[in-house]
Design a binder for this molecule. Sequence first.
Ligand code: FAD
Length: 671
Amino acid sequence: MKRRDLLKAALALPALRIPRTADLTRSAPPSGSAPPASVGPARRAAVQAGEAAPTSADFVVVGSGAGGGTVAARLVEAGYSVIVLEAGGDPPSVPYDVPAFHPFATEHEAMRWDFFVHHYGDPAKERNDPKYLTDKGGVWYPRAGTLGGCTAHNALIFVYPSNNDWNHLADLTGDSSWRAEKMRAYFERLEDCRHRRVARFRHKLGVNPSRHGFDGWLPVEKAAPAEAIRDGKVRRLFAASIRNAVKEVGLPSPARLESLGDPNDWRVISENEFGACYTPMTTRNYQRVGARERLLDVRRRYPDRLTIELNALATRVIFDDQKRAVGVEYLKGERLYQAHATPSELPGEPRQVRARREVILAGGVFNTPQLLMLSGIGPESELRRHMIPPVVVLDRVGRNLQDRYEVAVVNRMEHPWDMLRGATFTESDSQYEEWKSNRRGIYTTNGVPLCVIARSTAGQPSPDLFCYALLTDFRGYKPGYSEVVRERPNYLTWVVLKGHTNNTGGTVTLSSRDPRVRPVINFNYFEDGTDAAGDDLTAVVKGVSLVRRMTAGLQQTLGLVEEMPGADYPTEASLRDFVRAHAWGHHASCSCPIGPRDRGGVLSGDFKVYGVEGLRVVDASVFPRVPGLFIASAVYMIGEKAAEVIAAAQQVAGGRGRGAEAEAGGRGGRY
Ligand SMILES: Cc1cc2nc3c(=O)[nH]c(=O)nc-3n(C[C@H](O)[C@H](O)[C@H](O)COP(=O)(O)OP(=O)(O)OC[C@H]3O[C@@H](n4cnc5c(N)ncnc54)[C@H](O)[C@@H]3O)c2cc1C
């Protein structure tokens, strides 16, 4: 069978059943040595203890997150051999699996990578933020250094980007395969939509105006299944919010009515529609699914083609004399990156793997530019400052960093939510038992039952505000924030998220040439950045006013008192200072953007790093502009696109050259 046919066959695969933990345990390879200390017993099967060090494969992928995991899995299905180097270990099943436990996952020692970032260049401005940590010199920015990357701890929210995002990429690259109409096919390929039963049935009959995917590898469910919402107060919140959203943004169009509150319906996306929605989340039977499950499933099916090398910190890309990426150097050992919650002091064992075809970097928005610079690709000044021999000078590696702005409107209620009574968010309460045994109850949700999508001003080309309700007190990421979830069952937070931000002024620079040391990250918020007109700040303020109006009617019914921003910030003028001080983000992206090289691009439209051969980037760094309102869907989609582009390029090359070994019967050439 030809590779092209294999790829087609792989893409046509029916919904894949991801093994639950028990299945994984049964299929565990015999292991001679113990798993890493941070790994709970339920996860042993995923760790390749006792396996020999991998040496070479068609592709070496650095990072197993939304981008790396997706591209690696699809390349394996297309018949290639792949080694995934992942710096972290395998996450423990609790809190990983349980949707309601995602805040605890972000703070879990086994998988936590702590970055401390700057929002401003001026320390005095930074100190206005209560989240600023003087001893760390920055604001905490959680990442997951583990199998699955940030899909291992994220809030599971799965919201489609706007069509403008893709069309912008098509215009920038002159490549029509980026057009929104075509990009939707990747979403259909990866999604297994489980929250639109009628649409699913119609799809079986060959009618699919929703353009959801129903046979993909990523199951998507509703964040608030009806049985979880037995709480009268929550139902009142829903009713009032939907009523208020209608007042604010108008009656839903026929498309939105037909989509029944689904923000990912193609008709809603195409019409740039907005209003109140439920939140789709990436779970199967209310258990987390992400890049980890995708990789493990593929490894189970193709054990001879996919190697997942855990606890492997990539330190440098190896180039040959023609500037072709031929492999990766890495350090083998647990917790070697200093961002780890409990970093190791051991040196790690230096190793190398060879890539017969290409190296793909997917270490995420902070680590991919770091690794490029460590490998001699980046701004000249950075390379010179750290005495790194240049391979190619690319000025915008680590520049163009972007994020959303988010702020919280936190309301205290007179009484706790009924459904949170007795919830300890541990394995020892009845709610956990209900989740575990029956997949029912409040732990089946990620705590984001409702969102309102709106435009901050009528002139916005796409909806740019995503306001989501949380049934707890959440004021942004600060160490210990997850404990507050346990302690405060009588809070309602509306988070205002400003998408499509204008600020492209963030930077990732090296603080050392030591690959174990975190880079310096500065987002250059608001006036420090590139949004000269101040539209971002105005939009966030408008968002706060919007959610204030939406909760106004609930003050009586739920006994709400606004604690934050609170009475000190009554007007939009005063809110500007509040937003400057309190804003945060958690969708960092764009630090190695696609675009023409003479306009600051780092990557061509086919994910290739300019100036070298055999090296691509496939993660959240690749976007020229931060896409949509939530980013994981877009990263999964580019992972699918990249696999197709890479496999097609291999077809054109005809398997000659560096792939010859595979074609002649190596691990990748058996088909
Ligand atoms: C707290 C939080 C909640 C979020 N919630 C949502 C949400 O609900 N919905 C949504 O759409 N988005 C959410 N996101 C964002 C989203 O999950 C990420 O943007 C997305 O996972 C990024 O994918 P990626 O492939 O770029 O990187 P990641 O998923 O971060 O993966 C990168 C991987 O590379 C590994 N790595 C890094 N450097 C090296 C190295 N040198 N060697 C080997 N391995 C390396 C890391 O360990 C990691 O596993 C959230 C993010 C955070 C932080």
